[in-house]
Ligand binder design. Sequence first.
Ligand SMILES: NC(=O)c1ccc[n+]([C@@H]2O[C@H](COP(=O)([O-])OP(=O)(O)OC[C@H]3O[C@@H](n4cnc5c(N)ncnc54)[C@H](OP(=O)(O)O)[C@@H]3O)[C@@H](O)[C@H]2O)c1
Length: 271
Amino acid sequence: MFESLGVIGFGNIAKAIVTPLLDKTLLEPEQIHCLVKTRESYENIKKNYKYNINIHYINSEDASLVWECPVKILSVKPQQLESVKELNPLPNQNNQILISILAGVSIQKLEKSFPNHFCVRAVTNIPITIGRGITGISYTSSIDKEQKEFIKNIFESSGKVYEFEENYLDIFLALTSSAPAIISLIVEALSDGGLSGGLHKKLSEELVLEMMLGTILLLKEENFSTMDLKNMVTSPAGTTISALRVLEKRSFRSALIESIIAATNRSKQFN
Ligand SMILES: NC(=O)c1ccc[n+]([C@@H]2O[C@H](COP(=O)([O-])OP(=O)(O)OC[C@H]3O[C@@H](n4cnc5c(N)ncnc54)[C@H](OP(=O)(O)O)[C@@H]3O)[C@@H](O)[C@H]2O)c1
């Protein structure tokens, strides 16, 4: 694939991106160089990570090996960007690729922070940790077709990849990266509904999850439209229309739409 991969920040998401590359032997552990901030994380990864990758912490002697890698994934929190860019011992190295997964940080800002790099912005989501992620990617204009292909390969190892113009990445983030929290809230609230009706919480949650899986399969695999499915389970003066009336009265749909807009706007503020 390529000779070595540097990873700046080796937390939950970076592990989820890198591990499938190693599982599928697209890269060997010795080709990976990761940088973490603290000695504590360094020890922890050395002891517990299933592959014997090269791991460094920011004050260790050999930390510059991470910066020498021709392709780097930047996976720290957006607030940590400033401290990372100051660490770069090789700011003038040419033609390296930097793939940032930081929420909201634009390619233009990345290119200012990492001059001489081809910068790529990738937005991924938490199901990447089970190989069911969705990743949206935008590239700087100067990147070539071959480079795009291997960047796509990295993320295709852990899910689906969609290529976008950069101005769509904030809405993409809201819809795919923030929305797992919204879905979790819905599962929790519906389960509480079951609890209120006398079911045990665990059973209630199991029923909600099974119902959701079945519903999603009907929509996705059987190509039902959402309207068809809704009409199929809503009979005149029945139970479902009574439930839907309550949601309409409480502006449920509008609340969801507004929540996506709010997440999009927040993502834009990170830049
Ligand atoms: N969580 C999500 O659902 C999700 C989804 C998609 C994208 N993202 C994005 O993914 C990024 C990482 O998220 P995460 O949840 O994986 O974070 P995380 O688990 O907190 O990992 C952050 C990593 O960065 C390291 N780090 C911090 N400051 C550093 C520095 N100055 N130099 C080098 N390494 C440094 C940390 O090292 P120490 O452990 O030593 O502090 C840690 O390994 C974020 O930008 C987030 O927006 C998150």
